[in-house]
Ligand binder design. Structure first.
Ligand code: NAD
Length: 293
């Protein structure tokens, strides 16, 4: 059984980005810039924004943070997004989700200039992804592709079952894996909360990907012998033995499932680190499109 360690892959990607970033910044006299907008006080979002800032600093991307009050009006947020759209120092804009209920997330995401949409959430970029045109690939699914690539797992012709159909993970990942592309060409089944006979479907998977948001949801009996399991889930559960009072677990019951499979990602340390690595990749891609191409 192989543990698919995302921290190693992240390190390798960041090392190569650091080198490229330093060469390009010298050549063009300006560092790439990533703006992160955080509305409100969601602790998980704050932690994630902190990790993004650290990653930016480590590779030479200038990080601009906009921490806005939870009670901010839509108009004020629109003003912030529009000023960043115009700002030539900013190559990528990331609007941290979830937003407070009184703000329409879809409307806000559509206001981000697609050329700076390094999260790959703008409908224009999602559409390009669907028809196989070059675009910003959303970071978590893109990270899964990089993980498969690093471990020489070729999805061609394999049956991949994804549990979860969200716009940020399940759907774009299904599209990437079914494309006629390098790390792709799989037969993809997407399951969701209304799927019947879920275990029957998941038990057929050569590669099973869980993106549900429910701790330990995938159990041993749902997985085929020697399958590969990718756990995208990140769930906080109470843990009195931790100084934080919680720990992070995936959507897969890791300790029992790992005994049955040929490879599995841990949580934390699997897909999670790659999301940030791919955000950095997309930010550098945007910079290159602005200055180099
Ligand atoms: P979401 O809530 O938007 O979507 C969850 C999906 O799971 C839905 O499509 C739903 O239909 C499906 N689902 C729920 N209950 C189900 C059931 N009983 N049977 C079958 N399907 C069911 O969540 P999301 O934003 O896609 O995130 C999923 C998980 O991935 C979460 O734990 C989240 O924290 C994690 N996540 C991790 C990263 C990362 O960087 N690794 C990034 C994004 C999300």
């Amino acid at each position: 059984m192989k543990i698919l360690d995302g921290t190693i892959v992240k390190k390798e990607i960041l090392n190569s980005l650091t080198k490229e970033c330093s060469e390009l910044s010298q050549q063009y006299g300006i560092n790439p810039g990533l703006a992160v907008i955080l509305v409100g006080n969601n602790p998980a979002s704050k932690a994630y924004v902190g990790m993004k800032k650290k990653a930016c600093e480590s590779i030479g991307i200038k990080s601009f943070e906009y921490v806005l009050d939870a009670a901010i009006s839509e108009d004020e947020l629109i003003e912030c997004i529009e000023s960043l759209n115009q700002d030539s120092q900013i190559n990528g804009i990331l609007l941290q989700l979830p937003l407070p209920d009184h703000i329409d997330s879809d409307k806000m995401l559509q206001l981000i200039n697609p050329a700076k949409d390094v999260d790959g959430f703008h409908p224009q970029n999602v559409g390009k992804l669907l028809v196989g045109l070059p675009t910003y690939k959303s970071c978590t699914p893109y990270g899964v592709i990089k993980l498969l690539e690093y471990y020489h797992i070729d999805p061609t012709g394999k049956h991949i079952v994804i549990i979860g159909r969200s716009n940020i993970v399940g759907k774009p990942l299904a599209v990437m894996l079914m494309q006629n592309d390098k790390i792709a060409n799989a037969t993809v089944t997407v399951c969701h909360s209304r799927s019947r006979n879920l275990s029957d479907l998941t038990s057929q998977a050569d590669i099973l990907i869980a993106a549900i948001g429910k701790p330990y949801f995938v159990t041993e009996n749902m997985v085929k012998e020697d399958a590969i399991v990718i756990d995208v889930g990140i769930n906080r559960i109470d843990d009195s033995s931790s100084s934080k009072g919680y720990k992070l677990v995936g959507d897969v019951d890791y300790h029992t499932v790992k005994k049955k499979v040929s490879a599995i990602t841990p949580v934390p340390g699997g897909v999670g680190p790659l999301t940030i690595a791919m955000l950095m990749t997309n930010t550098l891609q945007s910079y290159k499109e602005y200055y180099v191409n």
